[in-house]
Design a binder for this molecule. Structure first.
Ligand code: ATP
Ligand code: MG
Length: 473
């Protein structure tokens, strides 16, 4: 039963009567008007979705009325009723924004068909606009942050994947590393960005429903299938279908996805004909697909097909140098969302955040900052609301050698050193200098030129100070 409202405007009683009856029978809410004046009044009161408008009314010109209504509501569907001999006015009406026209005498079936088609077109337009808006908003809010060399590589890959439009992309990485953000970024930067990006969580949809969800069904495909229903591939059009958690896709479905990738074809449930898919597939998983292949849980042929363009996201411990930037980004974001005025975190807190190994990656960091901001209304966040795991990691790393479980790497020495914090009992500047020189040398495996560069001093000065502090070469 459609709840759409249709206004019939025609001065001929018989036409009004027959249209009202047919539309009412088809489940529309219908009102009728005989003149232009009455049509204006009914339009205001009844706010129709569709108007069937006679082009020739006793007190008004149908095309003028059409323009008037469309100026008020550009989404209004107007279908003109014209005399068969009047093709010129019909064309003028179409140019002025009518969705379609029917010539008198008309077949009621044709009128209903024309309305259904115009409404379907509008629905798809709305859907696209909706998806574009949601995607853009989400993307603006969730844009990728980080400038470490590994992330720069990822940005390059996103560009390559967006340009290599037809290829399937496989994004892997731990939970919370930003796989979905990367998938959206690829879509947004590809020529498909004007079409929908639709994500499907293959792990969240029961096997029995997944096929229906992806491919849709024909009318009568099963007991409850009273209408034909589009699946995600059809709705995505020439956009992107993001198959998230593909490692959890049932093996039977994997064969069907392979067919879509290889032949761009699939079948609706209960359908006898192949439907062509224009959508691009981007898949993601935090599982080890080669291992699943070995265990017989994932099809090898699908894995190779997906893996033509792999993107492997680094975990957060592999890019600790991005933590301060991510922290600033989340503070800024939650300031906006919650109306807070947080300016940053104190040195102690940063020390803990740098030392922790972040098994939940960026998502865990985001949640940590969000929680601290909810509980601490001061301008500078302190470590009082950090979890005990984070605090303990900071404590056990006070000796300045990077996060527990983290990789030894240049970035970590910079931030996780005890030097950054002022110890309770104070510290001499000489000691600070000595430790920094030792760290720089360690970072560059004893290369004095590099260590000196990194400390912004000449090699001679470095050597002089090494001697002064008794640091071996
Ligand atoms: N590089 C990044 N810059 C900014 N925010 C990020 C980044 N990476 C991840 N995030 C944030 O972390 C959250 C998790 O990201 P996302 O959902 O893309 O991760 P995922 O890899 O898909 O995780 P899962 O495997 O659990 O689905 C997002 O809400 C986003 O805010
Ligand atoms: Mg995800």
């Amino acid at each position: 039963m459609s709840s759409k409202r249709v206004l019939v405007v025609d001065d001929e009683h018989l036409i009004r009567w027959s249209l009202v009856r047919a539309l009412d029978g088809a489940g529309f809410q219908v009102e009728a008007a005989e003149t232009g004046a009455e049509a204006r009044a009914k339009y205001r009161e009844f706010r129709p979705h569709v108007i069937l408008l006679d082009i020739c009314l006793p007190d008004a010109n149908g095309t003028d009325l059409l323009q008037e209504f469309k100026a008020d509501d550009k989404d209004l569907v107007v279908i003109m009723i014209t005399a068969h001999s009047d093709a010129d006015s019909a064309v003028r009406a179409l140019t002025a924004g009518a969705a379609d026209y029917v010539g008198k005498p008309f077949d009621l079936e044709d009128v209903l068909h024309s309305i259904e088609q115009a409404l379907e077109k509008q629905r798809l337009r709305d859907e696209n606009a909706y998806f574009r808006r949601v995607l853009k908003e989400k993307f603006d809010r969730d844009s990728l942050v980080g400038n470490c060399p590994k992330m720069i590589e990822i940005y390059k890959l996103i560009k390559v994947a967006a340009d290599a439009d037809a290829k399937t992309v496989l994004i892997t990485g731990g939970s919370g590393t930003g796989k979905e953000l990367v998938a959206r970024a690829i879509h947004m930067h590809s020529p498909r960005s004007k079409d929908p990006f639709i994500d499907v969580n293959c792990a969240a949809i029961p096997e029995s429903l997944l096929e229906n969800e992806l491919f849709g069904h024909e009318r009568g495909a099963y007991t409850d299938a009273s209408h034909k229903q589009k699946g995600i591939f059809e709705m995505a059009g020439a956009g992107t279908v993001f198959l998230d958690e593909i490692g959890d896709m049932p093996i039977g479905m994997q064969a069907k996805i392979l067919k879509v990738i290889e032949n761009r074809r699939y079948r609706r449930l209960g359908g006898e004909d192949d439907v062509i898919s224009d959508a691009r597939i981007v898949a993601a998983t935090n599982q080890n697909l080669p291992l699943l292949v070995k265990e017989g849980k994932f099809r090898a042929d699908l894995f190779y097909r997906l893996n033509v363009m792999p993107i492997v996201l680094p975990s957060l411990v592999e890019r600790k140098m991005d933590i301060p930037q991510l922290v600033a980004y989340f503070i800024n974001r939650f300031n906006g969302e919650y109306g807070c005025n947080v300016e940053g975190v104190d040195a102690q807190t940063m020390h803990h955040l740098m030392a922790y190994n972040w098994p939940g990656n960026v998502r865990e960091l985001r949640n940590t900052i969000e929680r601290a901001m909810m509980l601490d209304r001061n301008k500078t966040l302190t470590s009082q609301h950090l979890s005990s795991e984070i605090i303990n990691a900071g404590k056990s790393n006070n000796d300045g050698c990077g996060g527990e479980g983290g990789e030894e790497g240049p970035e970590e020495d910079c931030f996780s050193s005890g030097l950054i914090r002022l110890p309770k009992d104070g510290i001499s500047l000489d000691e600070v200098e000595k430790q920094l020189i030792q760290m720089a040398l360690k970072r560059w495996s004893g290369n004095q030129t590099k260590a000196a560069e990194c400390l912004r001093m000449s090699r001679d000065t470095l050597r002089y100070r090494m001697k002064k502090f008794g640091i071996p070469k």
